[in-house]
Design a protein around this ligand. Structure first.
Ligand code: IVH
Length: 668
């Protein structure tokens, strides 16, 4: 039976390649669907073959090569989650602290969080022109033709709409339309969200037209001029313009949120569409603008998710995964169980201490919880397995056999194998090619592992030697001339990269996308960054102090960077990469005009404006904010009761600004 599914998968993949890559279908749509249904039917009987189910989900799920990419004028963001009243209060407190507001309750708009996919709709001269999916938040896919099949889409806006406006919302499928689609046997989906995504990302918009999709508008993108002063009025405007706006949305005061949350939770099952929580957005749009964003999420909104779904199942095994920094992470392998509509087979166990604290043993019946799209968690033991013995966390790396140790008070045990550990190496390669890094299409986990096993990838620079092996790759099983050529093209297309992405791609410990951006902005160019990091390997050096004083970096992360640059093999990797790629400077100056572009700013003393807002404002104007004053500091903004930093600034002859002067220069 398993073999049958594998064969079906191979045929589906071949059909898919013929259709999408060569644009030369080999079988009809009906035959394709029949193969797919056959595989789905067998898999429904064998839930243990999760790996095959995942492969099947991927076949046809990809947008294929067919969609044009569209760059969003303002990024499409995600939301931070909260799960409990205390977390919501913390969210509100953070906002108050950022803005320096007194303990007055904030006013929010609460909207059901629709489980669909977000869409950006552009209108030029009041005519609908373009629709893009979220994609990675910066670049999405052009689905204009498909969106035009939605009956509820306003094609023309009234005269009071701006010359250009981008309206954002959620495309979703109602529960009824989802059930009807699944019954029609045209195509089966696991849930309405997948059905909406699968239906929207069709190369043939006639298929989208047959599927019933709905739309709620709920957010702003770029606009030629503001159309409202509050989010509530914005929604009213959208409604007047002909958009469907969720009728359950309400204006709520901070202290009414919990009550609203409970009310929506009670109605959840009877709503005609799936929701997974409530989104709370600061109502005042001026405050929203002041709050801005951190990373990929706005400071002014959060998603309060419904409580997690729980279930019981048997812990079959504890597997240890080795990450790119050598961290040994335990993963629970479970007897597959349905938790709130999703089949769960793996859950996180976090780390060694967590297993010991919960005393989870192989063979136990455990309680499991799944909340939203977060990785399922094990809550604890429900029933002790017969003969279950306490779990012994390995003190050697399961991948390379090197000693695995815990340093200082780190909860994580790490493999000491370094470069000789194959698991770390492969994970680093996967990271290097991933979305936020080099984003090489087609170089996913599977391909990275395959070429590593073939002996072609010892380190990241080897990726750029793959195009020279194109003929060899084409001959491999599962490959062909078309897919090998596509891979070469995808690799060659990424030989130019921005500094922030490049830094992130290196996979240095604790240098995620945000920190990589901070570094890129601070150092501006690759040569400057590299030279500064090499100098910073010396403790106490000016370069090290500068690094540690970058706001958001700090001494601990500075230590990680220094450790990376102290290793000769890392420098060798950088040199090899320099021959393969061109790293572009971080250009803030090109887009922003302000007296702070590229300047190093320090805030000290008590400001009337809250410190976080002042810092965020300066950064948004191109400044690099650091915590300590040095020769490199350009401006010191001095508030009341300023102490040693103001004194040092005066000694060094640094330009000192009062808060009022800062506000004026910042255009506030
Ligand atoms: S606001 C910056 N409002 O949730 C504003 N999002 O977890 C971001 N979503 O990508 C979006 N209902 O796809 C917003 N009423 C609502 C929403 C909503 C569903 C989705 C949206 C977004 C995701 C973030």
């Amino acid at each position: 039976m398993r073999k049958t599914v594998e064969d079906l998968l191979a045929r589906l993949k071949a059909a898919e390649a013929a259709y999408h890559e060569r644009d030369a279908p080999e079988i009809s749509d009906a035959e394709y669907d029949a193969l797919r249904r056959q595989a789905e039917a067998i898999l429904a009987e064998h839930p243990q073959w999760q790996d095959l189910a995942e492969q099947l989900a991927r076949v046809g799920a990809r947008p294929a090569a067919g969609f044009q990419k569209l760059r969003h004028r303002t990024p499409m963001l995600s939301l931070d989650n909260v799960f409990a009243p205390e977390e919501f209060s913390e969210f509100a407190d953070r906002i108050r602290r950022f803005l320096g507001l007194a303990a007055t309750p904030l006013s929010f708009v609460a909207e059901p969080k629709i489980d669909g996919l977000s869409i950006s709709l552009a209108y030029e001269k009041r005519r609908f022109t373009r629709a893009a999916t979220r994609g990675d938040g910066t670049v999405g896919e052009d689905v204009t033709a498909n969106i035009l099949t939605l009956p509820s889409l306003p094609r023309i806006l009234p005269d009071d709409a701006p010359d250009f406006i981008e309206i954002r919302g959620e495309v979703y499928m109602t529960k009824a339309d989802f059930l009807a689609l699944n019954e029609s046997q045209e195509r089966q989906f696991a849930n309405p969200r997948n059905a909406a995504a699968g239906s929207l990302r069709q190369l043939d918009s006639r298929i989208t037209a047959r599927r019933k999709l709905s739309l709620f508008a709920y957010a702003q993108g770029e606009t030629a001029h503001p159309v409202a002063e509050t989010h509530w009025d914005y929604l009213a405007t959208l409604h007047r313009w002909g958009f469907e706006v969720n009728p359950l949305s309400q204006r709520v005061r901070e202290d009414e949120a919990a009550q609203f949350q409970a009310g929506i939770a009670a109605r959840r099952a009877s709503l005609p569409y799936d929701i997974d929580g409530v989104v709370y957005k600061v109502d005042d749009l001026t405050l929203q603008a002041r709050l801005g964003f951190v990373g990929r999420a706005p400071r002014w909104a959060c998603a309060w998710k419904f409580p997690a779904e729980k279930a019981f199942t048997r812990l079959e095994d504890i597997e240890i995964q080795v990450g790119r920094t050598g961290a040994l992470t335990p993963r629970a392998k479970l007897t597959p169980v349905n938790v709130g509509g999703v089949l769960v087979q793996y859950a996180t166990l976090h780390n060694e201490d967590e297993i010991a604290r919960k005393d989870v043993r192989i063979g136990d019946i455990v309680e499991l919880q799944r909340a939203g799209d977060v990785i399922p968690q094990i809550l604890g033991v429900r029933e002790r397995g017969a003969d279950a013995v306490p779990y012994q966390f390995p003190d050697h790396c399961p991948a390379c056999g090197a000693l695995a140790v815990r340093v200082d008070d780190d909860v994580v045990r790490r493999c000491t194998g370094g470069l000789s550990c194959p698991a770390q190496l492969v994970e680093r390669l996967i990271h290097f090619c991933s979305r936020g890094a080099f984003d090489i299409e087609g170089m996913g986990e599977k391909t990275a592992r395959e070429f590593y096993a073939a002996g072609w990838l010892q380190s990241a620079p080897d990726i750029f030697a793959l195009p020279a092996r194109e003929a060899e790759i084409a001959k491999r099983e599962g490959w062909g001339e078309v897919s090998a050529a596509k891979l070469s093209a995808a690799i060659n297309a990424k030989r130019t990269i921005g500094l922030a992405r490049f830094i992130y791609a290196l996979g240095i410990r604790r240098i995620g996308e945000n920190n990589a951006k901070l570094l890129a902005r601070h150092y501006g160019s690759y040569p400057n960054w590299k030279a500064s990091m090499q100098a910073a390997t010396i403790i106490g050096s000016d370069a090290r102090l500068e690094l540690g004083s970058i706001s958001g970096i700090g001494p601990a992360i500075a230590g990680d960077l220094a450790a990376f640059f102290a290793e000769a093999h890392n420098l060798a990797t950088l040199t090899a990469l320099e021959h393969e790629v061109r790293v572009e400077d971080e250009t803030i100056a090109a887009t922003i005009q302000s007296p702070f572009v590229g300047k190093v700013v320090v805030f000290t003393g008590t400001l009337a404006m809250a410190r976080p807002e002042a810092k965020a404002k300066a950064e948004s104007l191109g400044a690099k904010v650091t915590e300590s004053v040095s020769k490199k500091t350009d401006f010191v903004v001095v508030g009341a009761d300023a102490g040693s930093k103001a004194k040092k600034a005066a000694e060094l002859g640094i330009h000192i600004l009062s808060e009022a002067e800062f506000r004026e220069m910042a255009g506030l």
